[in-house]
Design a protein around this ligand. Structure first.
Ligand code: HEC
Ligand code: HEC
Ligand code: HEC
Length: 407
């Protein structure tokens, strides 16, 4: 009798233990899945319509084409032969399996700030993915950029593995935001100005940069051309749904929102917003071009005929349908590449769960010549409280050629 009670108790204890073990494993998987969301691994490693993480997304870099490889646990064509240690070393230093140096198009300079625990969770999650046989040749760069040895030089110049150090003067939200933005979220890959060799410029973090014909704008708290006028709620709404009262995301940011930020927790989005809104930076002090200047008068006429039906006579837009152009930071970036691009090529805003009907901006390249596009964009950049440098017909012509060439 006594014995059977003891046995039963032992069985109970064992069951309880396995449940906890299973729960712990489940928790770790779930945490790992979330790290993959924060790092947007699928954004590069999952091809459209392809198997998760089986690779194949082509990235245009200033030096040529790189293709994100297969990172499923397939032993032959994926990372099935990697150990957790290999994976951690790659995330922290950019040195891959067998010691090869990876190109920083894989954002390891940012991921190196992720904690060992977060990397361990991510590794467990990747290990549970379905192995897919899909050979991918990552390195499709032209000579001499295809020589991995050169990367030793790049790393030496630009990259010291850094871990994240919290700032004890700041709130928990701020520190969590900093950890995501500078680490897994790798926002600076697009938003930070680059040096000639493609590394982030020091002292200009998140001050805006042009990539593949898109301008990733300044996202510090600068008043005119940054997030100065956005509230914390405006920032979180944008990152969660792709739209807020100022803006509707398009291009690469729409993809980031769809695959990554829209799936982050509300607490993390808030933390990101708190951090960004605390990044100080003086706005450019500018006066708008006078409304009676020739370029502004022609611009106003083109706007009335071609744009006001959607964006409104005063650039006020329609919330979540047509972006407000008045007082919009995106209109006032030093570089107007994105604006010219949107007018020439049109744009489809990304659809998310929260904002499922994505409106489109029509392409007007067939309708407006280079000078007309320059005038109307200059007008938009200098009306309703906006102020930014004028655009030349030349700049429009150059981008038109690039778009024709398919870039
Ligand atoms: C911006 C695009 C991009 C993102 C985001 C990205 N990767 Fe990569 N990744 C690449 C590219 C490109 C390579 C190939 C680099 C090379 O071969 O030099 C690569 C290489 C790798 C490799 C090495 C594979 C091999 O066979 O050598 C692993 C592992 C990897 N990535 C995992 C991840 C994980 C995990 C995440 C998310 C935390 C992630 N990547 C996010 C672009 C990306
Ligand atoms: C792949 C490149 C890329 C990455 C990575 C990226 N962004 Fe962006 N971001 C852009 C582009 C391009 C735009 C401009 C979108 C447009 O024109 O609609 C943008 C716009 C924004 C805006 C709107 C700014 C404004 O004034 O309208 C915010 C806020 C923003 N990004 C935050 C982030 C955060 C936070 C991260 C990291 C979690 C991030 N971005 C990562 C490319 C990127
Ligand atoms: C049929 C309606 C329509 C017309 C006409 C139109 N637009 Fe748009 N526009 C949109 C929509 C919808 C978007 C958002 C699409 C997106 O973000 O991908 C947009 C986006 C933009 C943006 C980017 C704003 C941002 O915050 O991302 C600019 C700049 C712009 N339009 C300028 C113009 C100009 C200049 C004209 C006239 C030459 C014009 N639009 C005509 C519907 C229109």
């Amino acid at each position: 009798m006594k014995l059977s009670i003891a046995l039963a108790a032992a069985v109970l204890v064992v069951t309880a233990n396995t449940v906890t073990a299973a729960e712990t494993q489940f928790d770790q998987l779930e945490r790992g899945r979330y790290q993959a969301v924060l790092g947007d691994c699928a954004g590069c490693h999952t091809a459209r319509g392809g198997m998760p993480f089986a690779g194949g997304v082509a990235l245009q870099t200033p030096f040529g084409k790189l293709v994100a490889p297969n990172i499923t646990p397939d032993r032959e064509t994926g990372i099935g032969n990697w150990s957790e240690g290999d994976f951690r070393r790659m995330m922290k230093t950019g040195i891959g399996h067998n010691g090869i140096r990876l190109y920083p198009a894989m954002p390891y300079p940012a991921y190196s700030r992720m904690s060992d625990n977060d990397i361990a969770d991510l590794w467990v999650y990747l290990g549970t993915q379905q192995p897919v046989k899909n050979p991918v040749v990552a390195n499709q760069l032209p000579f001499p950029f295809n020589i991995r040895l050169l990367l030793a030089g790049w790393n030496w110049l630009n990259f010291t593995p850094t871990s994240f150090t919290p700032n004890p003067q700041k709130s928990a939200d701020w520190n969590r935001g900093a950890y995501i933005v500078e680490g897994a979220g790798h926002c600076g890959v697009c938003h930070s100005p680059k040096t000639w060799s493609g590394a982030d410029k020091s002292n200009a973090a998140l001050a805006g940069e042009v990539l593949q014909g898109w301008m990733a704008p300044k996202i510090t708290a600068a008043a005119r051309d940054g997030l100065g006028q956005w509230s914390v709620e405006d920032v979180t709404a944008y990152l969660k749904t792709g739209a807020n009262r100022f803006d509707i995301a398009s291009g690469p940011m729409a993809e980031v929102i769809e695959a990554s930020t829209s799936k982050m927790t509300d607490a993390d989005l808030r933390a990101i917003a708190v951090y960004l809104k605390d990044l100080p930076e003086a706005s450019a002090d500018r006066t708008p071009i006078a409304a009676d200047a020739g370029i502004m008068r022609t611009g106003a006429a083109i706007y009335a005929d071609n744009c006001s039906a959607c964006h409104g006579g005063k650039g006020e837009g329609v919330p979540k349908l047509f972006p407000q152009l008045a007082g919009n930071a995106l209109m006032q970036q030093q570089d107007a590449t994105s604006l010219i691009r949107v007018v020439l090529a049109g744009s489809q805003a990304g659809a998310t769960h929260a904002a499922p009907t994505a409106p489109a901006m029509p392409s007007l390249a067939w309708r407006l010549n280079d000078a007309q596009v320059a005038d109307v964009v200059t007008y938009v950049r200098n009306t309703w409280g906006n102020a930014a440098p004028a655009i030349s017909a030349d700049a429009v012509g150059k981008l038109r050629q690039q778009l024709k060439a398919g870039n």
